[in-house]
Design a binder for this molecule. Structure first.
Ligand code: ZN
Ligand code: ZN
Ligand code: FE
Length: 733
């Protein structure tokens, strides 16, 4: 990607075996040789390096860092953030961070490393075919942790005393298993209660298997069998939403989806998330795995148990969370037998307890890199480093895709994905996650941050904690999260586009532009407001929103494609303002355009129609943006969508692309109008890779520097980070 800004600052958090192996002097020598500025220091998780210089030289630094690093140094994983440059000179080794609370050495779960995989596949090895093989470089971490510091007695491996052979490996500094806390073998370690071959046979027969995985139970079935998939959908009450698939190999993934180099790196990386890929053909998969979705959630085996099972099967498996829809994932054997009784035909469990639930993470890739959609296994609990120390804030997040966060000094620990707080089960899970974080880090909050939405269970929970409460506007929290993650200097333009958020005026916001300066958030622009006839039912049926927009713009409402009787009823509702809340939601504008362009008419699950609209952008690039006027209304810029709709009705040709380009052009026009150099993009709409790419390209060519989420979800899963930072700033006022 080209950029007018060639000087960048890159922050790397390395975890693995990076301390006591000469890593810091090595990084110092390399950076100095390449004349890069910055620093390196040890951290609680490994080491952090920040380097500033020409982007091409930074890339060279990273390449050589991996190629030439000291022999004993093993980098199990790394997180990169591209930050605003600071104009540094010189490179130095810094003292280690003062340990902020008990955060030391908390690592995410790591996918099986190549050495361990080779061992379980090689007949004659003592761990041949052993489902719980791991070493210092791989294996479970966060999901087996019961206390800090991370030591075998403080893991769920405490009940498995080491045999002499494992003990010898554990004590030998030259061994790959030196101080590997979960080390185990068939003699001394956990055992499966059903042989892998039997599980594979059941799957081949079309049965549904509940498998105890790394962060909880998964429900598996043969992804080639439409009957098995239909049964799973029916029993799980999941009618439409696409199901994730675990493939036996990267080659098998390629048979049905486009896989770029960046996507392959993620699939095979230590976090091994579900990666959303563009489907090319259904290939081997039954058509009801993804339904009409243009994307497939693909993953590769990430534990020895998964490797053995997929090898025994030789075909792809649907692998979805072990729960009923809208409930948390089951982790305990008895609990799974009880809750999944009506769903699974066969249970494959073992006796290694899971300390806390961690779903499979979900990511997709934009031109800039990873967009994290669900942050859980493989990502949690790595903290986000923020610029200024924060008071002890507990942030409760939002409602959908809930996560919570605690602030410990400059570190914000964001919980793993909890889920939508729609059921009593999910709400209990939310409370347990708070208790777990506080216990693990011995954290006593002094301040609670929550959303302003009075209907959110998280908001209602805040005052019950007996602490001062700070209520924060949803979209400000989105913007603050992205700015914090990118360490952005004020002033900047913060853009928060999503489906729903409670505005300070009591209406539903969702296309907010804030000029952020000196800690102050001024709402400077938003979409022209419109009504949602029938509220929630307009979110499900996009044609209702389309009709409302046409009505508001004075355009022919028949174009929305609804029955005449319904049109009459909805017009009446709109004219009288009955059950038709006012909104500025960008997500709903996506819905309306999806309906008008013919890309989709319904949201059976959150974001379905916008996803189809994005996927409907095809090949050749000919068209440009629709008209995108900004009207100054009492000092606020209003993005008027009426001229766009008028032109769309006149010709639907290339409408999905033209709509996305229009949004990018609008953001750029607002940034130009306000003459701010830095732009921060957040909110669920920026899970849309096409929109993100287009907005970055337009803004950069107009001379702006653009910041997007890198490690934290742009959706409501990132809200708790923004709340923690905003509440922290608030506390010092
Ligand atoms: Zn290993
Ligand atoms: Zn052993
Ligand atoms: Fe949101």
């Amino acid at each position: 990607m080209s950029s007018v800004f060639t000087v960048e600052r890159w922050r790397f958090s390395f975890f693995g075996t990076v301390q006591g192996v000469g890593f810091r002097p090595f990084a110092f020598r390399l950076a100095t040789e390449l004349e890069l500025a910055g620093w390196v220091r040890n951290s609680a998780q490994g080491a952090v390096v920040e380097v500033e210089g020409e982007a091409a030289v930074l890339a060279e630094f990273v390449r050589r860092l991996h190629a030439e690093k000291p022999r004993a140094c093993w980098i199990a994983g790394q997180e990169r953030s591209v930050l605003q440059p600071r104009g540094w000179t010189g490179f130095h080794i810094e003292e280690s961070e003062a340990a902020a609370g008990k955060s030391a050495f908390l690592l995410p779960d790591l996918a099986t490393c190549p050495e361990c995989l080779a061992e379980i596949q090689r007949p004659g090895e003592r761990r041949y075919g052993y489902a719980f093989t791991n070493c210092t470089n791989c294996g479970p971490r966060y999901t087996i942790l019961t206390g800090i510091p991370y030591d075998r007695p403080q893991t769920t491996m405490a009940g498995f005393p080491l045999c002499s052979a494992c003990e010898a490996e554990y004590r030998d500094p030259r061994d790959r298993r030196f101080h590997a806390q979960p080390v185990a073998c068939p003699i001394c370690g956990p055992r499966l209660d059903v042989p892998v071959a039997d599980a594979a046979a059941a799957l081949r027969e079309g049965r549904i298997v509940a498998l105890k995985g790394v962060g909880g139970f998964q429900l598996l079935c043969d992804a080639r069998s439409a009957e098995a998939v239909a049964r799973l959908r029916e029993r799980k009450h999941r009618e439409q939403k696409p199901l994730a698939v675990m493939f036996p190999s990267i080659g098998a993934v390629r048979a049905g989806a486009e896989v770029s180099a960046a996507e392959e790196v993620l699939l095979r990386g230590p976090a091994a998330p579900i990666v959303l890929l563009r489907t090319t053909a259904h290939g081997l998969l039954a058509p009801n795995v993804c339904g009409a979705s243009p994307y497939i959630g693909a993953m590769l085996p990430y534990s020895p148990l998964h490797h053995l099972l997929l090898e025994a099967c030789g075909f792809p498996l649907v692998a979805t969370s072990g729960n009923r829809s809208d409930e948390p994932i089951a982790i305990d054997n008895d609990e799974a037998h009880e809750r999944l009784a009506g769903i699974a035909d066969v249970f494959v469990t073992h006796n290694r307890p899971i300390a806390r639930p961690c779903d499979d993470s979900v990511v997709r890739v934009s031109d800039r890199g990873e967009i994290v959609i669900r942050r859980a296994r493989g990502y949690a609990p790595l903290p986000v480093l923020v610029r200024d120390p924060l008071p002890r804030v507990l942030a409760l997040g939002a409602h959908l895709k809930s996560t919570v966060a605690i602030a410990l000094g400059r570190q914000v620990h964001l919980s793993q994905h909890i889920g939508d707080l729609e059921t009593a089960e999910a709400f209990h899970h939310f409370q347990r996650t708070i208790a777990d974080l506080c216990r693990l880090y011995e954290f006593e909050p002094e301040l609670v941050a929550c959303d302003m939405h009075p209907g959110y269970l998280s908001t209602q929970h805040a005052p019950t904690l007996g602490l001062p409460v700070v209520r924060l506007q949803h979209h400000m929290a989105h913007v603050a999260a992205c700015a914090a993650e990118n360490d952005v200097d004020e002033p900047y333009l913060g853009v928060a586009w999503d489906g729903t958020g409670y505005g300070t005026d009591g209406t539903i916001w969702g296309s907010e532009f804030f000029l952020v300066d000196d800690g102050d958030y001024r709402r400077v622009a938003h979409l022209r407001p419109f009504r949602l006839p029938g509220g929630e039912s307009a979110i499900r049926d996009c044609r209702r929103t389309a009709l409302s927009l046409l009505h508001e713009a004075g355009l022919p409402v028949e174009a929305a494609g609804l029955e005449p009787a319904q049109v009459r009823l909805l017009r009446q509702m709109l004219q009288q303002g009955v059950n038709s809340p006012i909104t500025t939601s960008a997500g709903r504008l996506f819905d309306a355009v999806a309906a008008l362009s013919g890309a989709a008419t319904t949201n059976a699950f959150e974001g379905q129609a916008p996803m189809h609209l994005e996927a409907a952008i095809l090949g050749s690039e000919t068209a440009d943006a629709y008209p995108h006027p900004l009207r100054n209304t009492g000092g606020t810029l209003v993005l008027d969508w009426a001229p766009m709709l008028e032109e769309l009705l006149a010709s639907r040709e290339d409408a999905p692309r033209r709509f996305h380009l229009t949004l990018a052009a609008w953001i750029t026009a607002v940034a130009r109008e306000l003459a701010v150099p830095r732009v921060v993009l957040s909110g669920g709409c920026f899970q849309n890779a096409w929109l993100t790419n287009a907005a970055i390209a337009r803004l950069e060519s107009a001379g702006h520097r653009v910041f997007t989420h890198q490690r934290v979800p742009p959706n409501d899963g990132g809200i708790a980070l923004g709340q923690a930072v905003l509440a922290g700033a608030h506390a010092y006022l």
